[in-house]
Design a protein around this ligand. Structure first.
Ligand SMILES: Cc1cc2nc3c(=O)[nH]c(=O)nc-3n(C[C@H](O)[C@H](O)[C@H](O)COP(=O)(O)OP(=O)(O)OC[C@H]3O[C@@H](n4cnc5c(N)ncnc54)[C@H](O)[C@@H]3O)c2cc1C
Length: 349
């Protein structure tokens, strides 16, 4: 039976960054990433991949700052598919509350084309925004780690058991893997039989996420527009030559493998209804889109939690798993710290 110091279950953007952070923290440890499909093709593969420096709580604001710095560093080092974008925030109501939620708001300097600030609302510029091809990011991060990390794709973990100081992972092909430590980074696959009971006490739920695609070619300076009160945004996707409109879909308790997790006509109607408040001229362009889901926590903060000694859950990023992934990875490796280093990590054969 193969043995490793650390098994990371899930090859999404969160699992990829955890593997990277773990290799940096424990250079002598053996690390294996297990992915049931292909790297980056879960929630990460459907992500709009937007980062804006925002957080409803102090912890999330701090995670956002940490992640922004980390993404800037990684983008340079690994030549990641991440693109800076100018941004505008539109909100009505309490300007102080808006200013407290965002980290780098300034006076609005220009009016983007195609939409208007509704009466009673105000616009601000927001610095530090970017968007990414999140699947490409996860692939690049793990490609760079090969040689230090074993990446097993097409390898579903079907059972997880503890015994004799090790975690015993059963894989779909029938092999077993003994891991001293395990990180569970399953994205929205929180209810897999191998860990549903372990994860249940965290109170996580899975919500459908919808982003409409607008058949409108972005102009070079088009900004990301964040509609704060609606928790929606309009993003120019320059590489794909269309806009994306993300709005809040309120359908809960879906599962990532549900056959009906698809773009319904009512999803586009809902998207048009929200977009129409700001940009009535764009609603007729709202003709297609992407649909998937993500795990949400009761406190709407990402979860890094030790479920059993040496078994850490990482995720439930509430639709923000790309932008907060570096901070989630840092917290996860900190949670592993006392165990792989004492006694010091060693390669096992
Ligand atoms: C439409 C959409 C738009 C979004 N937009 C944004 C955005 O603009 N900004 C942002 O920050 N976030 C956004 N998100 C959220 C973000 O994409 C997710 O939070 C993030 O991708 C989660 O990453 P992850 O690695 O935790 O999960 P995933 O990418 O889902 O990775 C988990 C992996 O675990 C694997 N897995 C599951 N079960 C097993 C098993 N038994 N054995 C082995 N492997 C297993 C899966 O195959 C999967 O690849 C969006 C999400 C969606 C759906």
């Amino acid at each position: 039976m193969d043995r490793v110091d650390l098994a990371v279950i899930g090859g999404g953007v969160v699992g990829a960054l955890i593997a990277r952070e773990a290799v940096a923290a424990f250079p002598d440890a053996t690390v294996t990433v297990l992915e049931r499909g292909l790297v980056g093709q879960g929630a990460s593969g459907r992500s709009a991949g937007v980062h804006f420096p925002r957080g409803a709580t102090e912890r999330v604001r701090s995670m956002s700052q940490h992640s922004e710095r980390a993404w800037a560093h990684l983008a340079r080092e690994l030549d990641l598919p991440i693109r800076a974008v100018p941004a505008t925030v539109v909100a009505a109501g309490d300007a102080d509350a808006v200013a407290a939620a965002y980290l780098r708001l300034g006076e609005a300097s220009s009016r983007p084309r195609g939409w208007a600030v509704p009466p009673g609302s105000r616009a601000w510029d927001l610095a530090g925004c970017q968007y990414a091809d999140v699947q490409g990011v996860a692939e690049r991060v793990l490609a760079e780690l090969r040689g230090h990390v074993t990446v097993l794709e097409g390898t579903e973990v079907t059972d997880l058991a503890v015994g004799g100081g090790h975690h015993r992972l059963t894989l779909a092909q029938g092999q077993r893997l003994l891991a001293r430590r395990v990180v569970l980074a399953p994205g929205p696959w929180i209810a897999q039989p191998a860990w549903a009971d372990l994860v249940a006490p965290l109170g996580l739920r899975v919500k459908k996420i919808v982003a409409a695609h607008l058949d409108e070619v972005p102009a070079p300076g088009d900004p990301l527009v964040v509609f704060h009160d609606e928790d929606a945004f309009l993003l120019p996707l320059h590489e794909r030559r269309h806009h994306l409109f993300s709005y809040t879909c309120d359908r809960w308790d879906v599962a990532p493998d549900d056959a009906d997790l698809v773009l319904a006509p009512s999803d586009l109607d809902d998207a048009r209804a929200v977009l129409g408040r700001f940009a009535p001229g764009l609603t007729s362009r709202c003709t297609s889109g992407r649909v998937f889901c993500d795990a949400y926590s009761p406190g709407r903060e990402p979860v890094v939690a030790e479920l059993l000694p040496g078994l850490v859950f990482a995720g439930a990023a509430n639709g923000s798993g790309y932008r907060l992934a570096p901070a989630i990875a840092a917290e996860t490796v900190a949670a592993l710290h006392p165990t792989p280093t004492s006694p010091p990590p060693r390669r096992q054969s």
